[in-house]
Ligand binder design. Structure first.
Ligand SMILES: [Fe+2]
Ligand SMILES: [Fe+2]
Length: 450
């Protein structure tokens, strides 16, 4: 039987920091041409193509559009079917409140929901499917081949305050694996092979000397908060390997991975970011999975050094990693006892929007403050309209909020403290109650056009 072939492109970073010059379609053609050229004599048909996050530089629409063109190129060239594209988000795809020096423009602060809806829109345009869940992860199942690939969203707490922190949530992995069990595995005569892709890395990727040599203000330290839980979970679910991107440091870790069983980790580099963001190294992988009596994974590792003469020349290395036979996993462990507080932690991210809002409001400059007031007003507007406090067309909410703030600042230091601590808490409802009460107390809810 033909091997199952997965092409992984990570950290494409189309947009302001792309390696390629301007020209929307041209960038996609160029990259597709280069991939085609460096695959050489290898067949260009893939059972699954994975874009493992950071498709864009700043979540910019243009970056998503070029990624969409790239996906279209793959389909037009007969490399894959639309439904075989697996996309997961990277921190750059949903960051918000970010200032971009490179783009010379100010992108934020867009609230997380705005970023997510842009991501979801392009996810739909690229895959012709809606993202099913509340987070941005997705499970791909290939029943003919008995292979499942869990695409995990590691950007669930991505925010200004949490910059550098990945978080996957055991609940997400559990949900995807249960979904696989219910839909296929429980009725399958033979076990499935399970793999995973995620954007953030699951072990420490920073080189000590490099960390120490980097000035504080731009030190790029990144960790995945629940990496240990996830690795434990991947092993419990019999996931053979997890591929990731994020730090632009490719490594098959052959020494460790040849001997490892479950949950091997393979990190990908960036395939197309500008040279200064990837140590002059572009890279991508092709994985081939072979079943049979001695299952194995052949890893093709394609690289080019942007500094070397003839920098358009890609090199190819091959690694072979033995795989454990396909196996069923034990579902008799008490998942919630093993991972007791994971559900709570998953819920935690629901509050992060409000904390980000507070961040802008309390510590931002005038532009952030104005934007935060607009956002608070946007959230409070339906409540006010429902309570008959505000005519639906009225736009005076920002003004009323501004007045409350002015009053608290100049006349009510105690109330101001309470206001600020409510803003800094996770309890948006309590904050909203407080504001509504103050607006009523102060008589700022006079109807009329704003
Ligand atoms: Fe990246
Ligand atoms: Fe990243």
């Amino acid at each position: 039987m033909e091997p199952f072939r997965i092409l992984q492109l990570s950290d494409i970073h189309f947009g302001a920091r792309s390696h390629y010059g301007p020209g929307l379609d041209l960038r996609a053609y160029q990259l597709a041409d280069e991939i085609q050229a460096c695959l050489g004599d290898l067949p260009t048909s893939f059972d699954c193509v994975v874009f493992s996050g950071d498709l864009t530089c700043y979540g910019e629409e243009m970056g998503f559009r070029v990624s969409q063109r790239l996906a279209e190129q793959f389909v037009l060239r007969g490399w894959m079917r639309v439904e075989d594209l697996l996309i997961i988000p990277g921190n750059h795809d949903i960051l918000f409140g970010e200032r971009s020096d490179d783009a010379g423009s100010y992108h934020g602060p867009l609230m997380r929901e705005d970023r997510e809806s842009l991501y979801r829109k392009y996810y739909y345009l690229m895959t012709l499917r809606e993202l099913p869940g509340e987070c941005l992860g997705v499970l791909k199942m290939f029943p003919d081949r008995k292979i499942a690939i869990a695409g995990l969203d590691s950007c669930r707490i991505e925010s200004w305050e949490n910059a550098g922190f990945g978080y996957i949530g055991f609940d997400q992995l559990h949900r995807e694996m249960e979904d696989l069990w219910e839909r296929h595995e429980q009725s399958s005569a033979e076990p499935w092979r399970r793999l995973a892709f995620v954007h953030h890395h699951l072990d420490v990727m920073l080189w000590f000397d490099q960390a120490m040599a980097t000035p504080d203000w731009r030190r790029s330290i990144s960790i995945t908060l629940d990496a240990e839980d996830i690795l434990k979970g991947l092993a419990k679910y019999g996931v053979d390997f997890v591929g990731h991107g994020h730090m632009h440091r490719p490594d098959v870790r052959e020494e460790r991975n040849v001997h490892a069983g479950e949950a091997r980790i393979i990190s990908a580099g960036s395939v197309a970011v500008r040279a200064s963001d990837c140590g002059d190294l572009h890279q991508f992988y092709l994985f081939e999975l072979y079943e049979g009596p001695s299952p194995a994974m052949r890893v093709y590792d394609f690289r080019r050094n942007l500094q070397a003469s003839g920098s358009l020349h890609w090199t190819r290395r091959e690694h072979v990693l033995p795989l454990l036979p396909r196996r069923t996993y034990s579902r008799d462990f008490d998942v919630w006892a093993d991972f007791r507080d994971r559900k709570l932690r998953a819920e935690w991210n629901l509050h992060l929007d409000n904390r980000a809002l507070a961040h802008y409001y309390l510590r931002g400059g005038p532009a952030q403050r104005k934007k935060a007031i607009e956002e608070i007003s946007r959230r409070m507007r339906p409540v006010w309209v429902a309570r008959g406090k505000l005519h639906p067309d009225q736009v005076s909410l920002e003004k009323a909020l501004g007045r409350v703030e002015e009053y608290l600042l100049s006349h009510a230091p105690e109330a101001l403290k309470e206001y600020e601590s409510l803003l800094g808490s996770d309890d948006f409802q309590a904050f909203e109650q407080f504001i509504l009460q103050k607006i009523e107390d102060l008589g700022y809810d006079t109807p009329g056009p704003g």
